[in-house]
Ligand binder design. Structure first.
Ligand SMILES: *Cc1c(COP(=O)(O)O)cnc(C)c1O
Length: 407
């Protein structure tokens, strides 16, 4: 019996309440973690009906699990989708979605700076099954549109991008994709459903690495695909056979993390904007990337399609790796790690995190300098984060030899 009226809920209320009630048990106020791998049926006919999907229920965890379904329900409602399928990781969701629909001789249009592992699927794995992948310049939306109009099975977008925070116009590109009957897939990990709902902008499938902002606590891997019932049936079928299933404990941790999603995103975005402005004033910073700055080259599109600009800021340090080596150890409120979206602030050079697989030349071609540092802003007090950066930059400036060589 499901009496929740999701349409009437605002996003912050959805993060707390949506999708949970029907999975509760024993009058507990929280969804249980159901670890049992299999389910007991004394009535073999009922068992058969459930196994054949004629009746709702559970038989085996690769097919479905109540805790995982509670997570799927919450994100489904937040993204305004008909259905959602949970995965073991963001890459599980991305690869399974692509392989659900692609066949030899299909064509995919995407951009050069998608997430590193996604890029590897495009350049290493899809060519093996004779899928033709065209990767356009992320800043050239005219080129992307031209490539779409030549025909494609999937248009794959990611916006904002990692780590340079480029913005793609989802509505415009989805419209072009519709004219050639392509499925529009958007990786919404950076924006989260609090700031951007691609399905309302014309996308067919929304993907998340739930490991990042949805979880928010850097202690569980997960992923999810959301879309129409029809498309998600195919994605679900791929998962039940290929097996990149979400673990119930991870589903629980991410479900719990999601309850504070809106609060976290608000605080992170507030600090991110102040940090971006602070960095712009630093003499040792060559450029700052944040879609909330009015100097960002696609600020207008970001303003149209996003409700907020998120918690990721990147910047180029003059002096490149020499300067990065000096700055990062000086930061007090910082994990220096290859992750993002957590409650703690995380600093990561692109060279050792998002683009570690690339050669120097490949990074240069993508416009990623050796001094590019991504900040995933946490939920600490803004003033403390700014003060921390201030003292670290002061130290960097005191290192005269380095400064001389930079200037
Ligand atoms: C981290 C990330 C992924 C991959 O997610 P995993 O959970 O690490 O597999 C995909 N896309 C984006 C934008 C990411 O940041």
């Amino acid at each position: 019996m499901n009496t929740e009226k999701y349409e009437e809920m605002r996003p912050g209320t959805k993060t707390v309440w949506a999708g949970e009630k029907k999975f509760r048990a024993y009058r507990a106020t929280q969804v249980p973690v159901v670890l049992s791998v299999a389910y007991d049926y004394s009535d073999v006919d009922e068992w058969y009906d459930v196994a054949m999907n004629r009746k709702s229920g559970y038989t085996y965890n690769r097919m479905g699990n109540p805790t995982v379904q509670a997570f799927e329900e919450k994100i489904r409602i937040l993204e305004g989708a008909e259905a959602a399928v949970g995965f073991s990781s963001g890459m599980g969701a991305i690869s399974s979605t692509l392989y659900s629909f692609l066949r030899p001789n299909d064509r995919v249009v995407s951009v050069k700076d998608t997430y590193g592992a996604t890029n590897k699927i495009f350049t290493e794995f899809l060519p093996r099954i004779h899928v033709d992948v065209v990767l356009c310049n992320t800043n050239d939306q005219d080129q992307i549109e031209r490539e779409i109009r030549k025909g494609c099975k999937i248009l794959y977008l990611e916006t904002p991008t990692n780590p340079t925070l480029r913005i793609l116009d989802i509505e415009r590109l989805a419209k072009a994709a519709k004219t050639v009957g392509a499925i529009v897939v958007v990786d919404n990990t950076f924006a989260t459903p609090i700031n951007q709902n691609p399905l309302f902008l014309g996308a067919d499938i929304v993907l998340h690495s739930a490991t990042k902002f949805l979880s928010g606590h850097a202690d569980a891997l997960g992923g999810v695909a959301c879309g129409s019932k029809e498309l998600m049936e195919e994605v679900y079928h791929y998962r039940e056979i290929n097996g990149a299933t979400m673990d119930p404990m991870s589903a629980y941790l991410i479900l719990r993390g999601m309850k504070t999603l809106k609060l976290r995103i608000q605080q992170q975005a507030k600090s991110a904007l102040e940090i971006a402005r602070f960095l712009q004033e630093q003499e040792l910073v060559a450029s700052v990337y944040y879609p909330g700055l009015d100097t960002h080259h696609n600020h207008q599109i970001a303003k149209q399609q996003m409700k907020g600009f998120g918690g990721i800021v990147s910047f180029d340090l003059k002096g490149e790796m020499d300067a990065v080596r000096l700055l990062l150890p000086k930061l007090q409120y910082a994990n220096r790690a290859g992750n993002l979206g957590a409650v703690e602030t995380i600093y990561g050079p692109a060279r050792t995190t998002s683009h570690v697989e690339c050669t120097l030349e490949e990074r240069q071609e993508l416009g990623i300098s050796e001094g590019l540092v991504r900040i995933s802003v946490g939920i600490e007090d803004t003033e403390d984060l700014i003060a921390d950066l201030k003292q670290a930059f002061k130290y960097l400036e005191s290192k005269n030899e380095i400064i001389q060589s930079i200037r």
